[in-house]
Design a protein around this ligand. Structure first.
Ligand SMILES: *Cc1c(COP(=O)(O)O)cnc(C)c1O
Length: 456
């Protein structure tokens, strides 16, 4: 097989700034050993997130110039609406400035005390918006998705049996809607199979519950279906995507992922009464229903991005380049979650640094080492992010200690990824030198963003 090349050539470039190891040691120390607090100019390869970090195409930039900034009835809105309708088949399409704005509007209306919202795994903003409304967010990830050491094709699947039991237990009248998140963000974008989406819909239909899809990475999920699920190998990505959404009654999406833009999102649904309520709230919090907190130019870029993301050559390159990094690390013995998902590689910090206990943050130690060794920014997903203290001040750790390397879309080339693998493998070889950390500052909530540390 020949090398899978980037399906684009580069017209516009952005320099990245090289620093020396000595400089990075000082920068990291000054930032309290928390790369969230580093100036982005001091980062060489930024793998903090795949959200809003995509490179736009020449056609998207052309769309930016063509954006119609009319307050009402903008031509760009109609292009945006048509692009989303073609993919999702939804009747009512509401622009929002991000995914969480769509969630906030939806759950302000359907949420509230005594309500339950099942999902394969709620993304943190979805969970936060549900809980903020007073309702409960419940995860029903299939058992296999909880085992990082097991390789399986669809580790994002919903546990259908548990979902049905839950509906019977809580009562269908207390479940305004069920969600399914594609791909499942946790675990680095593990896909959900078409069969699982269909079966989730069947259970929902049986109890008269609408199914909403959190569609942030719908195209990446569709590509996994094409290459892994029987019966889909000869279907086009558009056909697969249209089948996925044929099972949905509504959609929320952050366009910062698979719409290949830097800002944007939407809420879409089939139900007219719900759409009217959502639009009324949108006017209060986001803007008039034909722009919803976005500029006309943003709507153009989303519409164009949604077309480009369906290109199979793009998806082939996208999924393959994430797997390529995973393969290189596995070949060198670096422990990662397998198989790689669609948008990120997760290093397993417990196996990487077995000598450093969770209360000394092994994931954060790796994050620091990758920055110092290679100027790479990653993020800890473990005890720093999710650890909680009991009454005696002892830390309760989450089950896994991970480091996420999220890959921005169309931003880095194969040589950048080769460099990343070299830095990670080098760091792994020198893991004996890594030291744990302890807090010098810790905020009461969402502490990972602002925490400061020192080495122990
Ligand atoms: C990013 C994301 C969201 C929230 O979108 P924002 O644009 O960041 O507000 C919701 N769900 C999933 C699965 C996501 O990845």
């Amino acid at each position: 097989m020949k090398t899978i090349i980037e399906p684009f050539k580069i017209k516009s470039v952005e320099p990245i700034r090289f620093t020396t190891k000595e400089e990075r040691e000082i920068i990291l120390k000054d930032a309290g050993y928390n790369p969230f607090l580093i100036h982005a100019d001091d980062v060489l390869i930024d793998l903090l997130t795949d959200s809003g970090t995509s490179a736009m195409s020449a056609a998207q930039w052309a769309g930016i110039m063509q954006g119609d900034e009319s307050y009402a009835g903008s031509r760009s809105f109609y292009r945006f609406e048509a692009a989303i309708r073609k993919i999702t088949g939804m009747k009512f399409i509401i622009p929002t400035h991000q995914g969480r704005a769509a969630e906030k509007i939806l759950f302000s209306i359907v949420g509230g005390k005594g309500k339950y919202f099942p999902n394969n795994t709620h993304f943190d903003t979805t969970r936060a918006n549900i809980e903020f409304s007073g309702a409960e967010a419940d995860d029903f990830l299939n058992e296999i998705g909880k085992h990082p050491e097991i390789r399986a094709d669809f580790k994002g699947n919903m546990d259908i049996e548990k979902l049905e039991k839950f509906i019977q237990e809580k009562g269908k009248e207390n479940i305004p809607l069920c969600m399914i998140t594609i791909t499942n963000n946790s675990g680095g974008g593990q896909p959900v199979s078409m069969q699982n989406i269909r079966e989730t819909k069947e259970v929902c239909t049986k109890y008269g519950i609408p199914l909403f899809i959190d569609a942030c990475r719908f195209a990446e999920n569709a590509y996994f279906i094409k290459i892994r699920e029987k019966g889909y190998e000869h279907k086009s990505i558009l056909e697969i995507v249209q089948e996925i959404f044929s099972y949905a009654d509504g959609v929320t999406m952050s366009a910062k992922k698979d719409a290949l833009v830097n800002i944007g999102g939407f809420l879409a649904m089939q139900d007219e009464k719900l759409a009217t309520q959502c639009r009324n709230l949108l006017i209060v919090t986001e803007g008039f229903p034909t722009y919803g907190g976005l500029a006309g130019r943003d709507l153009e870029a989303v519409a164009q991005g949604l077309e480009e993301v369906l290109d199979e050559n793009y998806l082939h390159y996208r999924i393959r380049s994430v797997a390529y990094l995973g393969d290189k690390l596995v070949a060198a013995g670096v422990p990662i979650i397998e198989p790689p998902g669609g948008h990120a590689i997760y290093l397993d910090a417990k196996r990487f640094l077995p000598e450093i206990p969770p209360y000394q943050f092994p994931g954060q130690a790796i994050v620091c080492a990758l920055y110092i060794e290679g100027g790479i920014r990653s993020v800890e997903i473990g005890s720093v992010m999710f650890g909680k203290n009991d009454e005696n001040g002892n830390m309760i750790s989450p089950p896994m200690e991970l480091v996420r390397l999220a890959i921005p879309r169309r931003v880095y080339t194969q040589s950048h990824i080769d460099y990343v693998s070299e830095v990670v493998i080098d760091a792994y070889k020198q893991r004996d030198k890594m030291r744990g950390l302890k807090f010098t500052y810790e905020a009461p909530m969402l502490r990972h963003f602002t925490a400061k540390f020192e080495p122990v």
